[in-house]
Design a protein around this ligand. Sequence first.
Ligand SMILES: [Zn+2]
Ligand SMILES: [Zn+2]
Ligand SMILES: [Zn+2]
Length: 299
Amino acid sequence: MALKTYRGNCHCAAFVFEATVPEITKAVLCNCSHCYKKGTVWAMIPDTENFTMVKGDLGKAKDYRFARKNFGSKFCPTCGTALLFIGRPQGSEKEHMGVNVGTPAMPLLSNMHGLVPDIWNMDTNTYDGASLGAPYETPVYTGPLPTKEVEDGKVYTGSCHCGNVRVCLRSKPLDHSFESPAYECNCSTCIRHGGTTIWPHKDQVVIQGSEHLSTYASGMLKAWEKAFCSQCGVFVVRRPLPIPDEVAVHIPAAAREWTVDAQHLLPLNLKLLDGVDISQLKITHIDGYDVIPPPYVNP
Ligand SMILES: [Zn+2]
Ligand SMILES: [Zn+2]
Ligand SMILES: [Zn+2]
């Protein structure tokens, strides 16, 4: 079978890797608690010997383990990009490895949107990771309620995967009746962390354990920093960074709504919340890959 070389990297380019493998045409969607919260879809690398680091020492990536702890989920501690998982399943002679399909700098799957996978129309196989090991124990939120009242509001709680960061949200019910869209974006940062966000007022949200958040800002404006759990890498919120007035006046009208006018908002990753069926919400796909300048250049 003809081999193909694939190259991928985290957003800040601390880690760049290559794998030479038979052509990958399908990704793997795992239904375990970790892959759900991280929003990662995997491209399987059949033989770890065919995988090399071009830049960065994989030993310096953060290695998160849970349940039986036989798999390490590696992510960049600087930008939070999920890189890959590696480990030996029980009873297996061979290590299994999968890379995050959101990282590729070269076409990885046959279904592409420019140079990135068409994440909303991807061929996937489902892997039943949820049935392995003990069931996930949901961390319990113990902080105060959000201060902002919401008419007919409901209180939701949730957490990152390791539980160091826990959140509470007061919101209109997050079901088919929820009017505002939930957003998924394929820009260079969002495609690497696979979040689904809603944009509540910041006083509708309380974050417990925010000292465990790491932050990363990118793009021309650096208007929204991405905050993720430093222990497990799950994307939690985007936080507005102050935009100096002299910069704000030059922001085109079309972009103001998302930058200057949105400074009181706190976009929250719905995948943290317990008891929310995201498939019931209206999901709006943002084609950030094409519309958010400047284009990201893969290292
Ligand atoms: Zn990075
Ligand atoms: Zn999984
Ligand atoms: Zn965590």
